[in-house]
Design a protein around this ligand. Structure first.
Ligand code: MG
Length: 380
């Protein structure tokens, strides 16, 4: 039984190792929205809302999530008892459309609270019948670079750090020459993928660029077309041999079902925030597993708190491709968790199966120091 007595929202500013480019320019700090959920016995769990400051990846932002949580979502669960975390999902879905990232932060916090109460690792709670993996492999995602040569140098650094899979961001005009340069430099054996983040129109030029990319043996190409265009992804998949992976398009179980029925993709990048939390993510995982479609876990520039959730999820059996689960030091000057997330020389992150809940300790004093906005809801 989970009884949610209080929820605290905090926005913090967390200093990045290198500035992050957004539509509004480069920023030195990521705005991060953190939650704590507590029950009447004082058991507490941290969670993270993965929305960004600007609605470029999805319609949600830190500010829309703050509004949705304080006004509509948190009041639905405060003071209520739930026999299992998926009941929290049902309560949040009832009569509130969308706002998946806001819902996910509350729902996933309920999973961690349940794990804390039971004294078991979050990964074990998610695993249900099958034992979770002890390690998950991570790849690296490289942003758009100024030139193919610059991308080759970033790829060289990544490979020497131990990464076995490199994901390259592409867009029209910065695609074929970039992928070719990396493939020619490092040979056919490295696991290369590309991510277009919806940047291609469905026209002859785009199809031609995708067909040219077929020559480079990419493991997959992620989300070439618009998020809501499952039909044209299916059409494009018929013209190219590289498997399409969907990210932005998969907003819940029904879009995953449509993808399978239409043949719009052969992989899913499963981010729990995008689909409203773990209950929906588990349903998509299981659906894809039955259909023989592998999933993997992408990243949303999470702090070490959000990363703990991704690593727990990625320990499930159908997560067969490396995730974007890079260690804390790749992103943050100093993470808010201890120990920080690290990887071994084979680019594997250990799943903390020896500790209950998230498996890391949040530095609450430091979070307080970094807090720029606070809302305390429920019995405080
Ligand atoms: Mg993506």
């Amino acid at each position: 039984m989970i009884t949610i007595a209080r929820i605290t929202l905090r926005e913090i500013l967390l200093r990045l190792v290198e500035p992050f480019r957004t539509a509004a320019g480069a920023v030195a700090d990521r705005r991060v929205l953190l939650l704590t959920l507590a029950d009447a016995d004082g058991v507490e769990a941290w969670s993270e809302c993965v929305a960004e400051a600007f609605p470029s990846y999805s319609p949600e932002t830190i500010d829309t999530c703050w509004l949705a949580m304080t006004q509509w979502l948190v009041p639905r669960v405060l003071g209520r008892s739930f026999s299992a975390p998926d009941e929290v999902h049902t309560a949040l879905e009832s009569d509130v459309r969308g706002h998946h990232m806001a819902k996910a932060a509350v729902e996933m916090g309920a999973w961690a609270l349940d794990a804390e109460r039971q004294g078991i690792p979050l990964a074990r709670l998610l695993a249900r019948a099958t034992p979770p993996r002890e390690h998950v492999e991570t790849g690296i995602a490289l942003g758009l670079q100024a030139s193919p040569d610059a991308l080759v140098e970033r790829s060289r650094e990544a490979l020497s750090s131990g990464y076995r899979r490199i994901k390259i961001k592409i867009e029209p005009g910065r695609d074929v020459a970039y992928i070719r340069a990396v493939r020619e430099e490092f040979g056919p054996d490295i696991n290369l993928t590309a991510d277009a983040n919806c940047s291609y129109a469905h026209d002859d030029r785009s199809v031609q660029a995708m067909q040219e990319l077929d020559a480079f043996g990419l493991k997959m190409i992620e989300q070439p077309l618009a998020a809501d265009d499952l039909l044209r992804h299916a059409e494009l998949q018929r013209y190219i041999t590289t498997p399409i992976c969907l990210d932005e398009s998969i907003t819940g179980l029904s879009s995953a079902e449509a993808m399978l029925a239409l043949g719009s993709g052969r992989f899913v990048n499963l981010k729990p925030g995008r689909v409203g939390g773990f209950s929906e993510a588990l349903a998509i995982h299981d659906l894809c597993e039955r259909a023989g479609v592998p999933v993997w876990c992408g990243g949303m520039l999470e702090s070490g708190i959000g990363r703990a959730y991704n690593i727990a999820l990625a320990s499930l059996p159908n997560f067969t491709e490396p995730g974007d689960l890079s260690p804390s030091a790749r992103y943050w000057e100093r993470d808010v968790v201890s120990p920080p997330w690290t990887m071994d020389s084979a680019a594997r992150v250990r799943v903390p199966l020896d500790r209950p809940g998230l498996g890391v300790t949040v530095d609450a004093g430091r979070v307080d120091d970094l807090t720029v906005r606070l809302a305390m809801l429920g019995e405080h």
